[in-house]
Design a protein around this ligand. Structure first.
Ligand code: ADP
Ligand code: ADP
Length: 230
């Protein structure tokens, strides 16, 4: 039951940096997946490929068995299926106030006013930003921006959600709240994929792991396969 597959995906940035060097992965549906590795190993680039912002310079990407992205094929609207919570919310947030920001995605999906309102309210409740809804986004603190950026993606209700270094700029109380949201999403059948350089976070949260180094997957598997000594 594979939701996302990469076949020999390479990616070179326009400046010549070879960020991905032949990635082969099969992401099983409904799992808690972790990409673990140091800064610069290619986790964010992998995520940008998964939601269609970038296209491979070589290799193919499949979504539910369908070829969706390669060098020649213009990517299809993967953002509707694969939500991406950026590490840096500054890059993600652009609307005037919090309510407008969170409603942008559902509006783009063409939902009714009523559905949009319900989704935005639920996402605000889950991320504890309801009281901020009329605030200009640029007045928010770092942690508040992070929570609004998570609400943005929850309101899209995508099948897969990517969280790039999700605990960055959250305090312990909000990390705990985020973990609760992740658990609920998991129980609801979502495929959740996080990237982190934090081994403890990875170990505690994940159920399938890709260990990355220098643009390649070094090792993959469950806890037993990845963390236990032979
Ligand atoms: P990670 O998310 O694991 O920190 P990235 O995917 O961000 O890693 O980066 C992988 C490699 O690609 C690094 O060498 C990084 O410096 C480089 N890189 C990332 N973004 C760009 C960019 N826009 N242009 C050129 N090189 C980039
Ligand atoms: P942090 O300590 O997390 O950096 P700030 O000190 O920036 O947070 O902000 C504290 C609170 O004040 C936040 O709830 C933020 O939304 C609010 N805030 C910051 N600047 C303004 C402003 N110019 N107008 C209204 N509210 C603001």
């Amino acid at each position: 039951n594979i939701i996302i597959e990469f076949k020999n995906v390479h990616y070179q940035y326009p400046d010549g940096t070879k960020a991905l060097k032949g990635i082969n992965i099969k992401i099983p549906k409904g799992k808690k997946i972790v990409f673990l590795g140091p800064n610069g190993c290619g986790k964010s680039t992998t995520f940008l490929q998964m939601n269609g912002v970038l296209r491979p310079t070589e290799g193919d990407i499949y979504y539910k068995g369908q070829l969706v992205s390669n060098k020649k094929k213009p990517k299809k609207d993967l953002w509707k299926e694969v939500g991406f919570v950026f590490q840096d919310p500054e890059i993600q947030l652009f609307s005037a106030n919090v309510y407008e920001e969170i409603s942008f995605g559902p509006k783009n999906l063409g939902l009714s006013h009523e559905e949009i309102r319900e989704r935005v309210e639920e996402a605000m409740k889950d991320t504890n930003v309801t009281d901020l809804q009329q605030k200009p986004v640029h007045y928010l603190s770092g942690g508040e921006k992070k929570r609004v950026s998570i609400a943005d993606i929850l309101a899209m209700d995508t099948e897969v959600i990517l969280f790039d270094e999700p605990t960055t700029s959250l305090d312990p109380k909000h990390i705990e709240a985020l973990m609760k949201i992740l658990e609920e999403l998991h129980e609801g059948g979502k495929t959740l994929i996080i990237s982190t350089h934090d081994v403890n976070l990875a170990y505690g949260w994940g159920d399938y792991f890709y260990i990355m180094k220098e643009g390649a997957v070094l090792l993959e598997g469950d806890h037993q396969e990845v963390f236990k000594q032979k």
